[in-house]
Each structure stands twice: as structure tokens, then as C-alpha cells.
Design a protein around this ligand. Sequence first.
Ligand code: BMA
Length: 308
Amino acid sequence: MLIKRYHGNPILTKSDIPYPVATVHNAGMIKYHNKYIMLFRSHILNGRSIIGKAVSTDGFNFKVDPEPFLTSASEGVFKKYEAWGVEDPRIALIDDEYLITYSAYSQYGVRIGLAKTSDFRSVERFSLITQADYRNVVLFPEKFNGLYARLDRPHSDISPWSIWISYSPDLRYWGDSEMIIKPVQYHWDEMKIGPGATPIKTSRGWLNIYHGVFQTMAGSVYRLGVALHDLENPTKIIAVGDKWILQPEETYEITGYVPNVVFSCGTIPENDGSIKIYWGAADTVMCVGTAIIDELVEHCLKNSRNAL
Ligand code: BMA
């Protein structure tokens, strides 16, 4: 088994949250001053989402801040486009800045907001970096030829929803977009795919942990897969693992607010070559598992399917 589930899963549930919420899921992760920072999504009791923060010294036991970290903006252009909530944060550290991308929901559709923090206490919104309808924006933690790079997933009526890449000189204006990984018909990711966790640098390429969805008679099943991008040119895909690396199996993954979902927005690579992978289970609770980075890379390379 590639991912070993932590015996204490789920690691965070609504009863750990000091304010009223219905769910705890889809958390972005980063290490900050040797602590594990988790920015997690919660549905509040009107059905819309906010983002909370939890901190841990070991990556398994988290303590939640008394107040939410990011809620819908109360002014400016963000107020208009976040009125229905903020969801699914991802965190990247680039040039000493912690950058948070999140889904901003409103009557105008779903866009991606970019916010910055230097201390995980205060947070400043920077820009809405997509039009409607985009979700799942992850930033590469390094620049390429002076440009920021991101993976994202636009919605389309023509093509199955796929993973795209774009570049920017300043995080505000994005271009050079290309579709780079597409779902495969009658395959576990047939319905749609989307970037998941912030890409992880390995000696053989950038490891991209993404989600893939298959539609069944009983609803959609969300699983996780892996792809490998070229180190210098992440538009170039080296391999896409044909098989998933994680699927809903435990009770907390197959039952809940949305059954049969494992959905990752963040990982923590460790110095010993292992990685902690975090996922929201059934859109209800947060879980963690451990894997060996080299084994995930091998999984991509040994049995790769076409990217497009
Ligand atoms: C996706 C997003 C995720 C969610 C998943 C399963 O479309 O809304 O936030 O985890 O569906 O419900």
C-alpha cells in the first residue's frame, strides 16, 4: 500500500472546532517555524464555507485557533465575489511569502482568490486571479525563468474538466496557458480531474498529487492520483500514474456529508524522504497518511498512462 493511513484518523472533526461548524475538510498545509500549519475548510450552519486554522508540533495532533482564519470579505471587489463563501485553500512558500489560493464563491460563479501572510495571524488579500469558473489552483513553490507557475482546473462544456498550467510575472496577470493532463475514458478519473496539493520537488521531477472523479449510479467517487512534471519546465509531463494512490475505504471516507470522497489540498514532505499527505474525508473530517516520496515517483514512472 502506497499510503499508510494514520491509526488516529480522523485527526480533526467538528467537535474539535471552538465555533459552530458542520464539517472540517480540504485543508492546505505548510511548515512554519517547525510547526505544522493547517488551513481547513468548514461548512458553517448556513451551508456556506469559511477557513479555519489549526497548529501542530507533530503533524498528527492539531489545536484549532479560537476564531476562523479567513471568512468572506466584507469590503471591496472580494466582498462581491466571495459572498457565498471561501473554500479549499492551498498554501505555497515562494520567496519568503506564504501564498494562499482559495475558491471564492458567489452568484457570479467560482473564482480563485490569492491572499498572502507572513505570520499566519493576519492575512491580506492580493487579487482574484481567475475569472469564473475555475477551482483547484495550486502554485509551484519556485519560479521558472522568473515566472510564477500555477496548475488549475477550468470548467468546460466541451472537454472533460482537465488540469491546465499558466505562468505570471507578478501573480496578478496570468498567461501561456496550456492543458496538460486530461481524464481518461472509462478510467477512475474519467469524469474530471483537478490539482490537489502544492507540487513537491523531487530529484526526478515535480510530484503532483491530484484528484480524479468517477461517476457511478450512487454518485461520484473522488480518489487521488499522481503525476510527475519536468523540473525545469513543468508544462512538460514526464509521467501520470495509471492507478490511483488512495480511494475511499474507511467508514469516515465512505460515509458523511458527501460519501466516497478523499480530497487533498496539502502535504508535508519530511527530511527523511517520507511525506505526510492530508485529505478531507467525505467532506466531513480531516485525515492524514504517510508515504515514501520515492515510491510515489516510481508509481508514476513504472505504469504511466498518456497525459492527454
Ligand atoms: C468538489 C469540491 C470539493 C469537494 C468535492 C467533493 O467539486 O466542491 O471541495 O470536496 O467536490 O464534494
